[in-house]
Design a protein around this ligand. Structure first.
Ligand SMILES: CC(C)(COP(=O)(O)OP(=O)(O)OC[C@H]1O[C@@H](n2cnc3c(N)ncnc32)[C@H](O)[C@@H]1OP(=O)(O)O)[C@@H](O)C(=O)NCCC(=O)NCCS
Length: 195
């Protein structure tokens, strides 16, 4: 049987040092989740107001969280990055690649800036651009897609700034806060090499 996860044995380096060596654009870095981030991440995954902009809410309990963390390092179908502002230790959000299709070289992207006070500062757009660079240059993906609630205008503006295009609209495809809502499909294709 596998040994239980013992967080006290995991190194806890300075997030600044980790941010410096991770993919970054000088303002925002995409790096590994550190031990110190686990509390915030757990809270964000249980944030009912953020879920109303994203997914059907359901509580994510501590047992399921621990199980997810245990599996993450061996998981080939998900890649999770912490978003940090360069020079600041706190994680401000996360980016998640999921649902990889190896034949089509595609994946879906999820992004969350954890707290409202950190939103609207450009971190989301920068993080998505960095994630796209990683998708084309490291994962060798051809296409990334995402779904976003049509009334989530800030998220759509951010994805458009990062280089996503709207590809379609699913009518009344989500039920949020007692109302049927449209869902927008967005995608980004790997840039063609200059000729
Ligand atoms: C969606 C999210 C990742 C975007 O990241 P962010 O850091 O807040 O976004 P940015 O600051 O990079 O860009 C937001 C853009 O939307 C614009 N914007 C803000 N509110 C807006 C509104 N109500 N309508 C239209 N545009 C709006 C901003 O002006 C900015 O554009 P600008 O750069 O031209 O000024 C983040 O807001 C978030 O996590 N929100 C909560 C959860 C969520 O919505 N998740 C998305 C699930 S698909």
């Amino acid at each position: 049987m596998a040994a239980a996860l013992d967080l006290s044995r995991i190194p806890a380096p300075s997030p600044r040092v980790v941010g410096d060596v991770s993919p970054n654009d000088g303002v925002v870095s995409l790096g590994p989740i550190l031990q110190r981030d686990l509390e915030s991440l757990f809270v964000w995954l249980n944030d009912v107001r953020a879920a109303a902009l994203d997914l059907p809410y359901r509580p994510f309990d501590c047992v399921a969280y621990r199980d997810w963390l245990d599996r993450l390092p061996r998981e080939t179908s998900q890649i999770l990055f912490a978003i940090r502002e360069v020079g600041r230790p706190e994680m401000v959000g996360f980016v998640l690649f999921k649902n990889f299709q190896s034949v089509y070289q595609t994946a879906e992207l999820g992004v969350r800036i954890g707290v409202e006070g950190e939103r609207g500062k450009g971190y989301g757009t920068r993080a998505v651009r960095l994630a796209m660079d990683y998708a084309w240059g490291v994962l060798n993906l051809h296409r990334i897609s995402l779904h976003v609630l049509a009334h989530n205008e800030r998220a759509i503006a951010s994805y458009v700034h990062a280089g996503f295009e709207t590809e379609g609209r699913l009518r009344e495809a989500a039920f949020i806060d007692g109302q049927w809502r449209d869902v927008v499909m967005m995608g980004a294709l790997r840039p063609k090499p200059a000729v």
